[in-house]
Design a protein around this ligand. Structure first.
Ligand SMILES: Cc1cc2nc3c(=O)[nH]c(=O)nc-3n(C[C@H](O)[C@H](O)[C@H](O)COP(=O)(O)O)c2cc1C
Length: 203
């Protein structure tokens, strides 16, 4: 192992006090769980809890960058950018995309995969005009997209995966299959429930 690897391994990971897991209280709609977790982060004062990694495809190759979540409604999770940006061009060629939110203080992660649709001009221009840097100049290239999770997928989570690295002692139950979750894969070990170790589990 390199010296860098040693130092990386020694870095502190999660805080001791993290929210536990209760699969029984997971809402039916995965978007509801996402909003509840996002609200927790906003309430905690964490910086940019609405920032996430946004992945697009470039001829089959994944490309990721950080974007800000602008809204969430029945159309999906909104992001905005220039239509002429690389991601805008990639989305025009292939609308498949994915978001990964990671909230380090709570050890929570949410992944959403699906397809984006370009929202209407009025929505895009309203977003442009609400930006803090808006100086009154129009930007006809500005576009709001909504990522819709895969409604047709066979996965019970419909394109959503929520996971947490809550401490085993804080977990009230091991995450397994819930109405909002995919079944745990048989080739994966079950989440650890020891009193001393922390393991990541998936809802
Ligand atoms: C915290 C953070 C938030 C960002 N939010 C956005 C955003 O909402 N929209 C956007 O177009 N770029 C945003 N960016 C810049 C993108 O990460 C990216 O560099 C830029 O959009 C160009 O990406 P592309 O070349 O893949 O199109 C953000 C960057 C950071 C670090």
């Amino acid at each position: 192992m390199s010296e860098l690897a040693d130092r990386l391994r020694a870095l502190p990971s999660f805080p001791e006090d993290m929210p536990g897991l209760d699969p029984d209280s997971v809402p039916e709609d995965p978007a509801e769980l996402f909003v509840a977790w996002l609200e927790d982060e906003i309430a905690s004062g964490a910086r940019q809890p609405h920032a996430m990694t946004f992945q697009t495809l470039d001829g089959g190759a994944p490309v990721g960058r950080t974007l800000i979540l602008k809204d969430l409604d029945e159309r999906g999770l909104h992001v905005s950018t220039h239509r002429g940006s690389r991601k805008g061009e990639r989305l025009a060629a292939d609308p498949r995309a994915a978001m990964t939110f990671f909230w380090r203080e709570s050890g929570r992660q949410v992944q959403v995969g699906g397809e984006v649709v370009a929202l209407d001009e009025a929505t895009s221009q309203a977003d442009w005009a609400s930006r803090p840097s808006y100086d009154g100049s129009p930007n006809p290239d500005w576009q709001v997209y909504a990522l819709r999770s895969r409604p047709g997928t066979s996965s019970p989570s419909r394109g959503w995966i929520a996971s947490t690295c809550a401490s085993a002692t804080g977990a009230s139950a091991a995450p397994g299959r819930t109405s909002a979750s995919p079944p745990r894969r048989a080739d994966r070990p079950p989440p650890h429930r020891s009193r001393t170790k922390r393991r990541c589990g998936r809802l």
